[in-house]
Design a protein around this ligand. Structure first.
Ligand SMILES: Cc1cc2nc3c(=O)[nH]c(=O)nc-3n(C[C@H](O)[C@H](O)[C@H](O)COP(=O)(O)OP(=O)(O)OC[C@H]3O[C@@H](n4cnc5c(N)ncnc54)[C@H](O)[C@@H]3O)c2cc1C
Length: 461
């Protein structure tokens, strides 16, 4: 035995169960250095938004506790990830480095460079599939191209080998940290509090704190609760704004407190063949689809996936309209309810995301990128793929997107999906009183203007 430790680099996989990289370290048998790197410096890395930083803080604290139970200290480091990991290798004399794959463009570049330089230096370096059910390069059309339409994509996924069964969490005694019991003497770590991921002046996170408990244990508890109580209603009830039947697992999947493999198998074991399970897993399939699109089109957050949309004549931005939308003061009640739900809880119901995004793009005629950035900053589940994918889906410029001319009427959406007004009543209690503003735009006139502007996209095709 060489006793040269194994580095396990945690990224968007803040869990100890079904963690293939951690599992590989257990199998290798040497002491483990577990590390998380806050990288806000490498070129092309998108800095996290405020709500995401809040989640990250708490999820890291929870992971550190879980690793401590396994006798391993979570080492926190900050800086360009490639450089940080290389210096940790030098410091610890590591003989191996393991991580679960990332699929964004900049992240892949960092990981590929690092993999080859560490391998050249003689380390055993291995990466694993931990965050997606199907690797993006494995799901291809009959003519060997990536899919651009969801239904055949998901059919191809379902026809592929079933995703692997989740790996167990290591037990106490399976691992030892570098530096003795609980890794106290191991490599130095930053102090999580000093990263200042939590808001202080002002502390706007009260509503988010009341809504969520980040961490792997809470993620599993919610998965079980969803399967017990809500899955049966999911297929019929998932679009209703006034009911809570969706899983609310999106931040768990975003941060990897749960793996999609765990979700897949738990759902199938409980309810395989039911309508609820099929529908729910196909939504998890949309997450796969968004990530596969990002893998093949890394500029998804900034560039139109369908390039003819570059011709869209966005008018000059009216900052007051953008601010009214962000603050939930547009005078359109379902949009305002959605935007206030987002600000207060750090998430928004999927249908509300579609309605509020459509309103921004097609009634306020504001570029989808402005909306995407606001969601990026305010969502606890702000996801590199799902967020820009969702925005481009609504804008019409994305893969398998809603046709541009299909413009949501927020009033009809409210009647259909919040029939008793419970959702609007909860978030916009002053609706119907003199304190509530008049709509900032005329829905019909702005819809017509949006359709007229769209003619230029059609001409560019
Ligand atoms: C404009 C817009 C922006 C969005 N931004 C994000 C984002 O930043 N992060 C994010 O996770 N989702 C995003 N979505 C997708 C979707 O709204 C959320 O995943 C969903 O509302 C999360 O709630 P849930 O966990 O209860 O979903 P459930 O209905 O229980 O679905 C289970 C899981 O499937 C995945 N999923 C469900 N719907 C979608 C979808 N349409 N696209 C991709 N994956 C999906 C999620 O991981 C979700 O947790 C966005 C959608 C739109 C229209």
């Amino acid at each position: 035995m060489s006793a040269a430790p194994s580095i396990v680099w945690f990224r968007d996989d803040l869990r100890v169960a079904d963690h293939p990289a951690l599992h590989a370290a257990v199998e290798r048998g040497e002491p483990v250095v577990a590390v998380y790197v806050l990288d806000e410096e490498s070129s092309g890395i998108r800095p996290l938004g405020g709500a995401a930083r809040w989640w990250l803080h708490h999820s890291l604290a929870s992971l550190a506790d879980d690793l401590r139970e396994l006798d391993v200290k979570l080492v926190l480091r900050r800086g360009p990830a490639g450089r940080v990991i290389r210096s940790l290798v030098d410091e610890t004399g590591a003989g191996a480095a393991f991580w679960n794959r990332r699929y964004g463009g900049a992240e892949r570049e960092i990981d590929t460079d690092l993999k080859s330089s560490l391998a050249e230096a003689g380390l055993e370096v291995r990466s694993f599939a931990g965050s997606l059910l199907f690797e993006p390069w494995t799901i291809r059309t009959g003519s060997d191209t990536p899919f651009s339409v969801f239904t055949p994509f998901w059919k191809a996924c379902l026809a592929a080998d079933e995703p692997r069964h989740p790996l167990p969490a290591p037990s106490p005694g399976d691992l030892t940290g570098v530096g003795g019991a609980h890794g106290r003497g191991g490599p130095a770590s930053d102090d999580l509090d000093e990263w200042a991921l939590l808001p202080t002046k002002p502390d706007w996170a009260g509503g988010i704190r009341d809504t969520w408990e980040p961490g792997e244990a809470a993620a599993h508890a919610r998965l079980q609760e969803f399967l017990d109580d809500d899955l049966g209603d999911y297929a019929k009830g998932r679009d209703r704004l006034d009911r809570q039947v969706t899983s609310r697992l999106s931040p768990r999947l975003r941060w990897g407190e749960l793996s999609p493999h765990q979700v897949w198998h738990a759902t199938r074991e409980r309810a395989a063949g039911t309508e609820g399970a099929r529908k729910f897993l196909s939504e998890v399939g949309w997450r796969e689809f968004a990530w596969h699109i990002l893998f093949h089109f890394p500029d998804l957050a900034t560039k139109s996936w369908r390039s003819e949309f570059d011709a869209f004549p966005w008018p000059r931005l009216k900052p007051s309209a953008l601010t009214a939308w962000e603050r939930g003061r547009t005078g359109v009640p379902v949009v305002d309810a959605a935007m206030r739900e987002l600000w207060h809880t750090g998430v928004m119901h999927n249908r509300a995301r579609m309605i509020s995004a459509s309103f921004l793009i097609k009634n306020l005629l504001i570029d989808w990128r402005r909306g995407e950035e606001w969601f990026w900053d305010t969502l606890v589940d702000a996801d590199h793929a799902n967020n820009p994918f969702g925005w481009q889906w609504v804008a019409g410029s994305g893969a398998d997107a809603a046709p541009y001319f299909r413009i949501f009427n927020p009033e009809l959406q409210r009647e259909k999906f919040d029939p008793d007004g419970a959702y609007v009543g909860r978030w916009v209690p002053e609706y119907g009183t003199d304190d509530y503003p008049e709509p900032i735009v005329d829905l019909k006139a702005t819809r017509d203007a949006a359709l007229a502007a769209y003619e230029q996209v059609k001409a560019a095709r």
